[in-house]
Design a binder for this molecule. Structure first.
Ligand SMILES: C[S@@+](CC[C@H](N)C(=O)[O-])C[C@H]1O[C@@H](n2cnc3c(N)ncnc32)[C@H](O)[C@@H]1O
Length: 391
């Protein structure tokens, strides 16, 4: 364990070079490695905690759009360190929940409004969602960006999933009632007293009072929502004047920090097919990109709309220790979910047989381990406010 008195020399070897503005990435060829290069802890001017904080801050600055993720030149080859050939184990949860769930292609799905959402809700998927939460928190270092003040009263989390974000918000804001809504009853029973969950379809009319919520939040629901303008309008009606809505959405298409990814890269092909399958099912997976969510919010009447974009590395190619871990998490999340993500869009949306999906996934799994293309996906944080005056 790191003692609180442990220190590093102030000339920490991982300090990234000054970044040229507008450049997309930089390669550090110094052969140093953030884990192996660190000298034994010794007395000096910078404490280990300070160095960690500095690295956290550098991670945010490098990941934010317009910044530049410094590449670890030791880690841009093919990384075989992680294998995920795991097949589904949906049957493990069958006994306890057979009445509430539907089963398809060996995975468990929601039963309420069956078929509405195209991804599983079984234990494997829930673990993956919680890991995604940890990854986003590590990258953003906060649960929300909208300036909701210190004492929000009513918070709504749309598509709450396992409820992990809602529970942590309940802990952080004891003043608030936090309500999480989802199609699936997969939230824990033991939660803070100010947190509640409800099974409902957020794209159906809401029973909540109008002019009520201080803050409405939704994260990782771009693969679920069919009608964003309608959801924005409904949220606006149910926010109190001055209340905030925030979305945290990944644009699920791999970009390459140095433009080296060929169009026929299996990971790009995979996401193009998922996009096609979802489009056939009435969902626009590209809604996150090109400032579209922010534009829709403005058109709907929100004010003070802001957007922040963070680049999530896929794999371990980033030099910064935090971003390297974020990249490892994200690749693990994508690999663990490779089948869960593909099955619904490709079987329901494109008419593929399950066997064809499995066959296709073999090459995609391998391709995820190729660090050389410096792959990343952008995470879009978009928030806006209901005007104070009646609209
Ligand atoms: C990818 S998960 C994200 C979970 C959570 N927001 C998080 O970030 O940890 C998407 C969730 O949205 C839920 N969902 C999808 N469509 C929905 C709808 N129409 N109404 C309510 N929940 C929905 C799904 O059941 C799923 O739990």
């Amino acid at each position: 364990m790191f003692g609180s008195t442990a220190t590093l020399p102030s000339h920490a070897p991982d300090t990234p070079p000054q970044q040229a503005s507008g450049s997309s990435h930089q390669t550090d060829n110094s052969q140093s490695h953030p884990d192996t290069d660190r000298p034994p802890y010794q007395t000096g001017q910078t404490s280990y905690d300070d160095t960690e904080t500095q690295e956290d801050e550098e991670a945010v600055a490098q990941a934010e759009e317009g910044g530049s993720i410094v590449v670890d030149s030791d880690d841009v080859g093919t990384d075989a360190g992680y294998e995920s050939d795991r097949r589904t184990s949906a049957s493990t949860s069958m006994a306890s929940s057979v009445r509430d769930y539907a089963f398809e292609n060996g995975r468990r799905y929601h039963k309420f409004r069956e078929g509405r959402y195209n991804f599983p809700n079984d234990d494997v998927e829930q673990e993956r969602e919680d890991m995604k939460h940890a990854m986003v928190k590590m990258l953003c270092q906060q649960l929300h960006f909208a300036p909701i003040g210190d004492h929000p009263q009513e918070i709504l989390d749309i598509g709450t999933g396992t409820g992990i974000w809602a529970i942590e918000m309940g802990d952080q804001y004891e003043s608030a009632n936090v309500l999480g809504i989802d199609l699936s009853p997969i939230q824990p029973d033991w939660v803070p007293p100010n947190v509640k969950f409800m099974v409902d379809d957020v794209e159906s009319p809401w029973l909540h009072p109008r002019n009520h919520f201080d803050y409405i939040h939704s994260r990782h629901t771009v693969m679920a929502i069919k009608d964003w303008p309608k959801l924005f309008r409904r949220s606006l009606e149910h926010l109190r004047p001055g209340g905030w809505m925030e979305l945290q959405e990944v644009h699920h298409f791999p970009s390459s920090a140095d433009g080296s990814m060929p169009a026929d890269h299996p990971v790009a092909q995979y996401w193009a097919l998922i996009n096609q399958g979802l489009a056939n099912l009435g969902i626009d997976f590209h809604a996150t990109g090109q400032g579209r969510l922010a534009s829709m919010m403005r058109e709907c009447g929100y004010v003070n709309v802001a957007e922040k974009v963070f680049h999530i590395p896929i794999g371990t190619w980033a030099k910064n220790r935090v971003l390297k871990t974020v990249g490892l998490y994200w690749r693990t999340i994508l690999l663990d979910g490779i089948q869960a993500i593909a099955l619904g869009p490709l079987t329901r949306g494109c008419g593929w047989a399950r066997e064809d999906v499995e066959l296709f996934l073999v090459q995609v799994r391998k391709a995820y381990h190729d660090n050389s293309c410096l792959m990343y996906m952008p995470l879009h944080i978009v928030y806006g406010q209901r005007p104070e005056a009646n609209y």
